[in-house]
Ligand binder design. Structure first.
Ligand code: ZN
Length: 232
């Protein structure tokens, strides 16, 4: 089995604080092929929570990480990938981008593990989506208001209003979330036990974990509308 997963191809979308650690761990674990995607450039401020170091400031995060790990780096926003990966690790902080990854996953039958942290990295949220097997990402669609925009909202005409504003969190907490996401990826690849579709883990002692398996599907991933009618 070990040889089998070492030939697998994982795409990491978003190479920020979580994504850079996820890509680094997958590479060290020996995952055969990695493709990294990110439009952003590494800033001085990112160094507190990133695998890359000072000499990469000013460079595109995907390209600099790809060079470090000896894999493929795509500098740009997520779009169709040049080749279908076996699994996608989604480490983006924008709901719009997550929805695009979700649509791509369902269309191409590619599993995705969505990873992220809440607030100042006090809770990790890991969602595993295997098309046709688990609920899709949109099944967990958030209710409530969009995040309060950051300062860029007023200066950047291309600002994405669904992007989560970055909050001061310690990398020690972010790394725990990244580890959990890598374990979920290994679960999809059959190396570890597969996690529940939605796992929430407190990143503060005593590290409580909650897992959810939804029974009813949304209109995006199911033609069975029974569940929807019930909720109207
Ligand atoms: Zn769904």
């Amino acid at each position: 089995m070990e040889n089998e997963w070492k030939s697998k191809h994982v795409a990491v979308i978003g190479v920020g604080s979580v994504g850079s650690a996820v890509a680094d761990m997958l590479a060290r674990a020996g995952v055969g092929r990695l493709t990294l995607v990110d439009p952003d450039v590494l800033s001085e401020d990112n160094l507190k929570r990133h695998v890359l170091t000072r000499e990469s400031v000013g460079r595109n995060k995907a390209e600099a990480m790809a060079e470090r790990l000896g894999c493929t780096g795509i500098p740009g926003k997520f779009a169709a990938l040049p080749e279908l990966p076996d699994v996608i690790a989604s480490c983006v902080d924008s709901l719009v981008c997550e929805s695009q990854i979700s649509a791509y996953s369902l269309e191409n039958n590619v599993p995705v593990v969505y990873g992220g942290v809440h607030g100042d990295a006090h809770t990790a949220e890991i969602i595993t989506v295997i098309p046709g097997v688990t609920p899709c990402y949109e099944c967990y669609e958030r209710v409530g208001e969009l995040p309060t925009p950051g300062q860029e909202a007023y200066t950047d005409p291309n600002y994405d209003k669904t992007k989560m504003p970055s909050q001061p969190g310690l990398w020690v907490d972010v790394l725990m979330a990244a580890s959990l996401q890598v374990q979920a990826v290994l679960g999809v690849l059959g190396v570890r036990e597969r996690m529940a579709p939605l796992v929430l883990m407190s990143l503060r002692y005593p590290f409580k974990t909650e897992a959810y398996s939804q029974k009813e599907r949304c209109a995006v991933c199911s033609e069975n509308m029974e569940g929807l009618w019930k909720s109207i």
